[in-house]
Write a new protein. Structure first.
Length: 438
């Protein structure tokens, strides 16, 4: 079944989680590669004809959609689920159009814009539009490509970028956008001359992309800093690369352990990518031990309320905001949680309030007054991270919480319910016989 058919099936036969509250999460889980890196690594493979192999590929819907996108551009893509690898055979000649039916399902499709333009001199990528967490424009991507000498038009719902040869330039990003940094990085590695990206994103996923591009033969300085310097080269080579582990999934387990007063060891995680988030859990009363391949979170009492302010890396990750709200919803005391990356990331607060959370929002701030326990209710998932936050909130609610539209969660959390069950959670995945369509 093609990924689009899989996606349609997920929508045509929606599923839901039935979560019974009360269990402490205890045990060990292993995190795979980061969704927010692997999708860009797969796009970066387009930069070099030949066979690139990527390891630690998570079993999520988005990987299937990116695979389909690459196939439509002319690549052969083999997924070995057992080995968690994707092998991409990139031809000399590539198509340069990324269709709407794939892009609308996964915004990360925009990551083919830079590599396609660099390789073929043209890229037609459907505009993804906004989603539940914000309008998410692409103006930084476009402004940067114009600086590199491309022409960029908006035609019939597509970004159409053209350039016979891109030329290095100095680009200043108004905000350290992850997506814009990645696209401009991948556009400039084959450009003529030197490119400097200032106020670049510093996320571990950016460093992972720089590592793979450098292995391919690119010349990049400053990975992980806010100034990236790229010296264009004529040609890149296909490589084998292993995806960095998913810090957002690892952070979700850490939050869940704290909320359920549990004891969870997370393997194949990098605590250094979660400094602020883990530090917040210590402030909330948890013990966090770093281990050889990750960390262990132990909580033996009700959490204490802890403020959080989301910022680009190394700040508190915006993708853990739903978990920070859910944690404070059952903590003792009152916390202020501030969102600085997206304009409507609080849109799911109504769903948390249905579970009895006491949250007042005002613009970018949310005041959360902790309650001893939440009360179960049917809730619906607006996006990947909010969905995970609602499931975890259901774990600390009395009674059964039904979480619908879980296809969102499956896009970012491999085998979420199975892993929760191994930690002792009472959660069931079932067909949703009263579906609410998107
Ligand atoms: C990536 O999105 C992640 N997605 C997001 O994770 C994550 O929340 C985000 O980075 C920030 O960490 C993927 O990697 C696939 P941005 P991206 O460009 O690249 C504004 C998840 O749940 N902006 O850093 O789209 C934008 O609207 C997802 O896994 C412009 O205004 O994020 C946003 O407010 C959700 N113009 C802010 O910048 C632009 O041209 C950050 O966006 C680009 C961005």
């Amino acid at each position: 079944m093609s990924p689009v058919e899989t996606a349609n099936a997920a929508l045509a036969h929606p599923q839901r989680f039935r979560v019974s509250g009360g269990a402490r999460l205890v045990g060990e889980v292993r995190v795979t590669g980061a969704k927010n890196s692997v999708l860009k690594l797969m796009a970066a493979a387009l930069l070099a004809p030949g066979t690139t192999s990527i390891g630690e590929v998570p079993e999520i819907l988005d990987v299937a959609i990116m695979s389909e996108l690459l196939r439509r551009l002319g690549c052969d893509v083999e997924r070995d689920a057992a080995a968690s690898t994707v092998t991409i055979n990139v031809p000399e000649q590539l198509h340069h159009r990324a269709d709407y039916d794939l892009v609308r399902r996964m915004r990360a499709s925009i990551a083919v814009l830079g590599p396609l333009l660099a390789r073929t001199g043209e890229a037609d990528v459907a505009l993804p539009g906004g989603d539940a967490i914000g309008s998410r424009p692409l103006d930084f991507h476009v402004a940067g490509l114009l600086k590199l000498g491309a022409t960029v038009e908006n035609e019939h719902g597509f970004i159409v970028a053209k350039a016979k040869q891109l030329t290095g330039a100095t680009i200043w990003l108004d905000f350290p956008s992850v997506g814009a940094t990645e696209n401009l990085l991948m556009a400039s590695v084959l450009a003529d001359g030197r490119t400097e990206i200032d106020n670049a994103a510093r996320e571990p996923e950016i460093v992972d992309l720089c590592t793979m591009l450098t292995l391919m033969g690119a010349e990049i300085e400053g990975a992980g800093s806010s100034t990236l310097v790229v010296h264009g080269v004529d040609r890149l080579q296909p490589v084998n690369h292993v995806t960095v582990s998913d810090r957002i999934v690892a952070g979700t387990w850490a939050m869940a352990a704290t909320m359920t007063q549990g004891d969870v060891t997370v393997h194949n995680a990098n605590a250094g990518h979660l400094e602020i988030a883990l530090d917040k859990l210590v402030t909330a009363g948890a013990t966090v031990d770093r281990t050889a391949d990750g960390f262990r979170v132990i909580m033996d009492r009700r959490p204490t309320a802890v403020d959080a302010v989301t910022l680009p890396f190394p700040g508190f990750p915006t993708d853990l905001l739903p978990m920070a709200l859910a944690l404070n919803a059952v903590a003792s005391g009152t916390a202020m949680v501030t969102e600085n990356v997206y304009e409507s990331r609080f849109s799911f607060v109504n769903e948390l309030s249905r579970l009895g959370a006491d949250i007042r929002t005002d613009g970018h701030h949310a005041i959360v007054r902790g309650r001893p326990q939440l009360s179960s209710a049917p809730v619906t998932t607006p996006d990947i991270r909010a969905g995970a936050g609602l499931v975890i909130a259901g774990l600390v609610a009395d009674g059964e919480t039904v979480v619908t539209k879980i296809h969102h969660i499956d896009r970012g959390y491999p085998a979420f319910d199975e892993q929760l069950r191994t930690l002792g959670a009472d959660i069931v995945r079932e067909d949703d016989d009263q579906p609410q369509f998107d």
